[in-house]
Design a protein around this ligand. Structure first.
Ligand SMILES: [Cu+2]
Length: 120
């Protein structure tokens, strides 16, 4: 009995963590998290030019995965990290293949989140 209560509490917490606060995320947001190619490359050691971005409108882990997928869809991107709680994203890319403007455009076009490149 105690054991099942603990399991229930744990699964409830898990559900809360995955849900989108305020209900701003649609179901396709959650689906995107399973299709997003996970980049295993560590952003700090990833080769290429590094740029940081500020995103708005993200409210859960699925949101950050969706934004990440949009970045990874750009040819020349080596690694991406997106934090939905801070709205910060860092991308490592090959400057011969793409640039900051193209990355901003990819996210603006393929997601519903706001994005702006951070000034250095
Ligand atoms: Cu979300």
């Amino acid at each position: 009995m105690v054991r099942s209560l603990v399991l229930f509490a744990a699964s409830s917490l898990f559900t809360v963590a995955l849900a989108c606060p305020g209900g701003t995320c649609s179901e396709d947001c959650k689906k995107a998290s399973t299709t997003a190619a996970a980049s295993t490359t560590d952003i700090k050691t990833a080769p290429g030019t590094h740029a940081t971005f500020t995103l708005t409108g993200m409210s859960c882990g699925s949101c950050s995965e969706k934004a990440k997928a949009a970045f990874l869809g750009v040819q020349g991107v080596n690694a991406v990290t997106v934090d939905h709680s801070t709205g910060k994203a860092e991308v490592a890319f090959d400057s011969a293949k793409t640039n900051v403007d193209a990355l901003v455009k990819a996210v603006a076009t393929n997601t519903k989140y706001g994005i702006s490149a951070d000034k250095k």
